[in-house]
Design a protein around this ligand. Structure first.
Ligand SMILES: NC(=O)c1ccc[n+]([C@@H]2O[C@H](COP(=O)([O-])OP(=O)(O)OC[C@H]3O[C@@H](n4cnc5c(N)ncnc54)[C@H](OP(=O)(O)O)[C@@H]3O)[C@@H](O)[C@H]2O)c1
Length: 244
């Protein structure tokens, strides 16, 4: 569908789930992909398993020094960055009344601070290249809120505000910044919820199925392609109609 020869792509949270599907989709379309995740063994295994040019990098994307060091290496090895996909994320669900500050801080750092740090790390190379695409993976929960996910919803709503602000700051440099808001996608994150909850959520999806990592990967490819050139500051729901 889309081809990305000689395109240099960085995907955070690239070892599993949605991130792995995005890495595989871009690598399959001819891109050189730097796949970043926390667990060094898992990201190395994923990179080895995927067909195409995939380089593994281990890094906690909420750690400023680690992000600066790893993105320095990525930029050097790839010779620049054309597309950044900020996808790494976690949940630590509980009602606000019983939420520990740790659970708030962990989710905000991994989901939101990371988007700021990784985006900042690619801005200079993208400005030098006179263009680039930044794609942030938020969630429909950032649009609707959800009981038991106050920390997660705040982090994902924060991504949407950040996306629009950065889009306005750097549009004049031909860099677009957009977000994708997945609904319920079949990954480790949602398998944790248990069959009962998954069935209940399935009943709220007009298209009648959970999403796949490929559904999100195809939207990321659209935004990174020429077809997405005139879109910036947008958040695209990919949720089978769940949050409409
Ligand atoms: N699944 C859904 O239904 C759904 C819906 C809406 C939005 N999303 C969003 O989509 C994104 C991916 O979700 P998923 O379901 O694919 O999750 P997942 O299967 O749990 O995978 C999470 C990925 O993020 C990485 N990661 C977590 N913390 C990290 C850190 N501090 N530094 C670097 N990498 C880190 C993990 O790396 P390790 O393997 O090293 O732990 C893994 O690659 C998340 O932002 C999530 O909020 C998911």
């Amino acid at each position: 569908m889309f081809q990305f020869p000689e395109t240099r792509v960085v995907v955070t949270g690239g070892s599993r789930g949605i991130g792995e599907a995005i890495v595989a989709a871009f690598a399959g379309a001819g891109a050189r992909v730097a796949a970043v995740a926390r667990n060094p063994e898992r990201i190395a295994e994923t990179a080895a398993r995927i067909d195409g040019d995939v380089l593994p990098f281990a890094c906690d994307v909420s750690d400023e020094a680690a992000v600066s060091e790893v993105f320095g290496r990525i930029t050097e090895e790839l010779g620049g960055v054309d597309v950044l996909i900020n996808n790494a994320g976690i949940t630590r669900d509980t009602l606000v009344m019983s939420m520990k500050a740790d659970a708030w801080d962990d989710v905000m750092s991994t989901n939101l601070r990371s988007v700021f740090l990784c985006s900042k790390a690619v801005l200079r190379p993208m400005i030098r290249q006179r263009g680039g695409r930044i794609i942030n993976v938020t969630s429909v929960i950032g649009l609707t809120g959800n009981g038991g996910q106050g920390n997660y919803a705040a982090s994902k709503a924060g991504i949407i505000g950040f996306t629009k602000s950065l889009a306005k700051e750097i549009a004049s440099r031909s860099i677009t910044v957009n977000a994708i808001a997945p609904g319920m996608i079949d990954t480790d994150m949602t398998r944790e919820l248990g069959e009962g909850t998954r069935e209940e959520i399935l009943g709220q999806i007009p298209l009648g199925r959970l999403g796949s990592g490929d559904d999100i990967a195809r939207t990321a490819m659209f935004l990174a392609s020429e077809a997405g050139a005139y879109i910036t500051g947008e958040t695209i729901r990919v949720d089978g109609g769940m949050a409409m």
